[in-house]
Design a binder for this molecule. Structure first.
Ligand code: PLP
Length: 540
């Protein structure tokens, strides 16, 4: 493909992306594709083409074979998991990133790539009200790095935590470094290490422990305690591990668990963890962390807006239309966090913190921010410098080589899209986006709990948090035995509740449950079928 062909192809691609996004934003596309597993193979040749093809031959296959197999995460009807909100500025960042193709593993490999990353992460550390210790210019040697995913961020810090624990303990035993005695002690101790998290933490911690070659144990949580880790349970788990000959070296605390957005109260857990100072404390704030851009979530006295506050009028606009402008005058949310201490105070206790901009902060996948208190913890665990990676800039100690802050060597130029997003929306725009989407959640909560027909079919499972509302069919809401005609009435009521002004809502699983409902409806034609089966099928 030459430059002229690229120009023509790129224009056509941009047009197609715009019309795809407009189509998705209209809400007219079904979120889930209506294809069966294996749909693609029969549509494509069984071998790669022997001869070159033109873009005119290639591009039509996007509309014909790929778009029909997409799940439309950007659809206003997408209610599963956490959001994935791409925006045009972040797509532009991706375009430049591929064009520059800089696997910039060290500073010299593309100084702009490294330096922009450091700068935008400092911007974000401030914008998210993180402690100054997480800035690259902090006296303690903190800083931020962009990882591909929260899982990568977590496993990376787990490895750093493991090495820090072993080395601190070996130092405490006065084992000379290096020495065969130290090596032996480390080799004997490593199999005893255990990573901790709550039983509600995302599976990335359990997976990280597998990759780091350590055990993983969970701290139990309870419904009545907001599914958050409590100090007593934490201390009991640590003591039990120690009694069992295991050595806790790391803990993930969550700021927004995947299932219910539970928040582990770091300020209450810190006094327990201070008794075990070698345990690395990591906060997984993959989804909810970006809410800290709003002072009301960070609990700071930073002025919340530019002063131009207005009352919200009705429902916020459709957030899935990439071309919309965000109205920065969206007013702050009213005390969403209760009386928690300021994030910058709470996070003083932690070693590392991650959040995904690609979930809730207007950035196309992937952009996971990892902030660390002391970069040396990462670099001493992960830095290996063979001759081909040596250079005078690295030797000078004046530059950052992000290869030592991550698992892979090469890395993408992700800072560009973050830079574009932050500049295009401004911090006020980012805040307005979070506030507006939380208000969408509050509106949704009202729809779930309001009972227009007096039947109250649904109930909340936990208090809604951030943009997440967890609900279920109220136990007993569906009477035990119904005639087929009554069953039909119930289903119609369910169908009505499963739509907001004609727009379906519910998770993918719940949409699947609607399909189950269809098949249950058929079975219900037999008079012996219990309505409980129906309720079970629907609420499983
Ligand atoms: N942590 C939490 C709290 C999550 O909700 C998720 C995914 O939803 C993850 C970690 C994993 O994210 P990633 O796909 O970036 O690894």
């Amino acid at each position: 493909m030459n430059a002229d062909e690229f120009r023509k192809a790129a224009h056509a691609v941009v047009e197609e992306i715009i019309s795809y996004n407009q189509n998705v934003a209209s809400g007219n596309l079904s979120v889930l594709p209506s294809i069966k597993p294996g749909y693609l193979r029969p549509q494509l040749p069984s071998t790669a083409p022997q001869h070159p093809q033109t873009w005119d031959q290639i591009q039509p296959d996007i509309a014909k074979s790929i778009i029909p197999g997409l799940t439309h995460w950007q659809s206003p009807n997408f209610m599963a998991f956490f959001p994935a909100c791409a925006t045009y500025p972040s797509i532009l960042g991706e375009m430049y990133s591929s064009a520059f193709t800089a696997p910039a593993f060290n500073w010299l490999c593309s100084p702009a790539c490294t330096e922009l990353e450091t700068i935008v992460l400092d911007w974000l550390a401030d914008a998210l009200h993180l402690p100054k210790d997480f800035r690259s210019d902090s006296p303690g040697g903190g800083g931020g790095v962009i990882q591909g995913s929260a899982s990568e961020a977590i496993v990376t810090v787990m490895v750093a935590a493991r090495e820090r624990y072993l080395n601190r303990r070996a130092d405490a035993k006065d084992l000379k470094d290096p020495s065969p005695e130290r090596e032996k002690w480390i080799a004997d101790t490593r199999p005893k290490l255990v990573a901790l998290s709550s039983d509600q933490a995302h599976s990335s911690t359990a997976k990280g422990a597998i990759i780091a070659g350590t055990f993983h144990k969970t701290v139990g949580t309870k419904w009545g305690e907001d599914l958050a880790v409590q100090p007593g349970a934490l201390e009991a788990t640590i003591k039990k591990c120690l009694e069992d000959g295991l050595e806790p070296y790391y803990i993930t605390l969550s700021y927004g668990t995947t299932s219910t957005c539970a928040q582990d109260p770091v300020h209450l857990l810190a006094p327990v963890l201070q008794k075990y100072p070698d345990i690395w404390i990591h906060i997984d704030a993959a989804y909810a962390g970006t809410a800290l851009v709003c002072p009301e979530y960070a609990n700071t006295s930073t002025p919340a807006t530019n002063g131009n506050i207005r009352k919200p009028e009705g429902l916020p606009m459709n957030d899935h239309d990439l071309s919309q402008k965000i109205d920065t005058a969206e007013p702050p949310l009213e005390s969403p966090n209760g009386l928690l201490p300021a994030a910058s105070d709470v996070l003083k206790h932690v070693d590392s913190w991650n959040t995904n901009m690609h979930k809730w902060l207007l950035t196309a996948f992937d952009a996971s921010l990892l902030f660390i208190r002391n970069r040396k913890d990462l670099t001493s665990a992960l830095s290996i410098t063979p001759a081909y990676l040596q250079n005078k800039h690295t030797d000078s100690g004046l530059v950052t080589d992000y290869r030592d802050w991550q698992i892979p060597l090469g890395r993408r130029f992700r800072a560009l899209k973050i830079w574009f997003v932050v500049r295009t929306y401004g911090i006020e725009g980012l805040r307005a986006h979070i506030r507006r989407t939380v208000r969408v959640g509050q509106h949704f909560e009202k729809l779930v709990t309001d009972s227009a027909d007096g039947k109250q079919l649904f109930e909340l499972v936990v208090e809604p948090a951030f943009g997440l509302t967890c609900f279920r069919i109220r136990p007993g809401a569906i009477p035990k035995e119904l005639s087929p005609a009554q069953v039909q009435d119930e289903e119609e009521s369910v169908e009505t509740k499963k739509t907001i002004n004609g727009t379906p809502f519910g998770t993918i699983e719940q949409q699947d449950d609607l399909d189950d409902l269809e098949s249950t409806k058929k079975k219900q034609a037999q008079p012996t079928q219990s309505i409980e089966d129906l309720a079970n099928a629907f609420s499983k």
